[in-house]
Design a protein around this ligand. Structure first.
Ligand code: SF4
Length: 444
């Protein structure tokens, strides 16, 4: 049996039989038990119940599993059975009708459900190792909120739909409950992510879900509206310019927690290239849309990514992209040269662009954007704004972000002369200087 823990918390004995796959299942169950605060008992006597992870591969393994269940029942009396033999429920129940529950292999949730039912988990906050918001790899004050998985588009350079399948949106209530827990645990900024945020809920036909007893449609505008009531900043990533994005911009115009920030992967501006890329919303007049959005929200920050050197991209296509960028005056831009991805349909397109030429185009594109970015940032000097503190350097300089800056990918606001500040604090500052990517500020 697995090694023992200590204390008066509920104790679970564990017998692990079978192959390495079964062993991994055992590790996951043991990890979850420990994470929920259970102790693991090394002997039957010290255990409040015993989980037996069985093997059913060959007759001798079935025999060994049935013997192990019999021994656990005789020594302890409370036994939950899981694993491959669990798939043959009748075999187990015929031999040992007194077992508490039987599940099949890879059934972590079912096993934990049976454990909870027969041995309730401890609620001591000092021993509960998992915070209510779950384990996050981001700093405590911001968190990514995934609202859907997969994608219904077929962009020719991308294999995500074949890897992750079609759009699968989480019900609005589930997303909102997760967001609520995150905010309760100290998160100040929610970064909404998916493959195609604008399409959220299309697969569920925008079905109505419930949150806090209230109906909420599984649709991006309604979700954004509810998320912005939680008290944290809400930042939208991967938004395609579908018509209803205007509704999101209207919400941003209201000036609440939904940040005036849109991360829209435009990828190109030439209709010929966009068509070859098979981009969603390729036919939109994006410049007109941007103009209208900026009329509605003058401070709207637009971030985007682009691919240059896509197969078939001519000098004229690239010039069109440069003119578009000059006119669009985006705030933040990333640009990549095209590189084939195994399995992508773009690999069969004619007109491969020489990698050196593609790199030259990328450099020209980024040079233009640097000028645009620098001008847009310098225009902020003298303005007051609220920032969120990400870090404090050894010399006391505060590294923060404004509504215009997503973590990791955008710029930073360096605040000098701020005292008594901690990571995760809000700070009101006045902008004093700017360069191509970042701002400098003083507290107000
Ligand atoms: S690049 Fe296109 S196909 Fe790939 S995830 Fe984004 S929208 Fe979907």
């Amino acid at each position: 049996m697995a090694s023992a823990g200590g204390g008066a918390t509920p104790r679970v004995g564990f017998v692990s039989l079978g192959c390495p796959k079964a062993l991994v299942d055992s590790e996951r169950i043991l990890t979850q038990l420990r994470a929920e605060g259970y102790d693991i008992s090394a002997d039957y006597d010290g255990a409040d119940l015993v989980v037996v992870n069985t093997c059913g591969f060959i007759d001798s393994a079935v025999e060994e599993s049935l013997d192990a269940i019999g021994e656990a029942l005789a020594e302890n009396g409370k036994v939950i059975v899981t694993g491959c033999l669990g798939a043959k429920r009748d075999v187990i129940l015929d031999a040992h009708p007194a077992v508490l529950a039987v599940t099949g292999p890879h059934a972590l949730d079912e096993v934990m459900g049976a454990v909870h039912q027969h041995l309730p988990k401890p609620h001591d906050p000092f021993t509960d190792l998992i915070p209510p918001a779950g384990i996050k790899l981001t700093p405590r004050h911001y968190a990514y909120l995934k609202i859907s998985e997969g994608c219904d588009h077929k962009c020719s350079f991308c294999i995500i739909p074949s890897m992750r399948g079609g759009l699968d949106s989480r019900p609005a209530g589930e997303v909102l409950r997760e967001a609520e827990k995150l905010v309760e645990s100290g998160v100040k900024e929610l970064l909404v992510i998916s493959q195609d945020t604008s399409a959220y809920g299309v697969d569920r036909k925008y079905r109505t879900d419930f949150w806090g007893g209230r109906p909420v449609k599984t649709r991006i505008t309604e979700l954004a509206k509810e998320l912005s009531t939680l008290g944290a900043w809400v930042r939208m990533h991967y938004v395609y310019p579908y018509p209803h994005v205007d509704e999101l911009v209207e919400l941003m115009a209201a000036g609440g927690n939904l940040l005036p920030y849109l991360d829209i992967p435009f990828q190109h501006a030439s209709p010929t290239v966009l068509k070859a890329m098979r981009r969603p919303a390729a036919a939109e007049n994006t410049l007109r849309r941007i103009e209208r959005w900026r009329d509605m929200v003058p401070d709207l920050v637009l971030r985007s990514t682009f691919i240059v050197g896509f197969p078939g991209e001519t000098e004229a296509d690239f010039e069109e992209l440069m003119q578009w960028l000059e006119a669009a005056q985006l705030d933040r831009v990333g640009c990549f040269t095209y590189s084939p991805v195994e399995g992508a349909t773009a690999n069969e397109l004619p007109g491969a662009v020489d990698p050196e030429l593609a790199e030259q185009r990328r450099e020209r594109f980024m040079h233009l954007q640097e000028n645009i970015s620098a001008n847009r940032l310098i225009a902020k000097v003298g303005r007051e704004m609220r920032v969120l503190v990400d870090d404090i350097a050894e010399d006391g300089t505060v590294l923060a972000r404004s509504a215009a800056d997503a973590p990791e990918i955008d710029g930073v606001v360096y605040v000098e002369g701020a005292d008594d500040v901690a990571v995760g604090d809000w700070l009101d500052v006045r902008i004093t200087d700017a360069d191509i990517h970042d701002l400098w500020a003083e507290p107000v």
